[in-house]
Design a protein. Structure first.
Length: 168
């Protein structure tokens, strides 16, 4: 586990390792620098929100996974949790008792149960997103309208390219 004060340094070290494998052109370097800055700040705000909410990172990971990917069986959470099925079941049970998730029968498999977010669980994820985006709003306000237009065009292009690579 990374200590609270060391998370930014650990993320930066991970990204700096990746920079040595990339080509030395200015675009790759700039993207690496932006990605590192984005991840450091986003993770800092995410961790801060989790602590304030009294939730563990594991719980936040489960909530975020279900929020973006939809309801799933506990077995689908095993890869992100890196725990046994019994431990994942105990975590989900605690989260259910906290009112964050609910388990319902799988209509396609009577033996299985699907884990989904409750309204409270959804609201926590929405609040975490807002907490992480606050700094981006401040960053956007520092750019001129012309810069904002250029940034939007470039980021839309990069997002489409990243999504295409993600599907491959």
């Amino acid at each position: 586990m990374i200590p609270k004060i060391g998370i930014d340094r650990a993320i930066e070290q991970d990204y700096s390792k990746c920079m040595f494998t990339m080509s030395d052109d200015k675009l790759s370097t700039t993207l690496s620098e932006w990605s590192a800055a984005f991840m450091r700040r986003s993770m800092h705000d995410f961790l801060h929100f989790a602590r304030q909410s009294g939730l563990s990172m594991v719980q936040m990971n489960v909530l975020t996974h279900i929020y973006y990917r939809g309801e799933c069986e506990i077995t689908a959470l095993l890869d992100i949790l890196e725990v046994s099925k019994a431990a994942a079941g105990q975590l989900v049970e605690r989260m259910e008792q906290q009112g964050l998730v609910e388990r319902t029968p799988d209509p396609h498999d009577r033996r299985a149960r699907l884990v989904s977010l409750t309204e409270k669980g959804c609201e926590i994820v929405r609040q975490s997103i807002t907490a992480r985006q606050t700094w981006m709003n401040e960053l956007v306000e520092s750019a001129t309208p012309e810069q904002q237009t250029a940034i939007i065009a470039v980021l839309q292009t990069l997002t489409r390219a990243a999504e295409k690579l993600e599907k491959e």
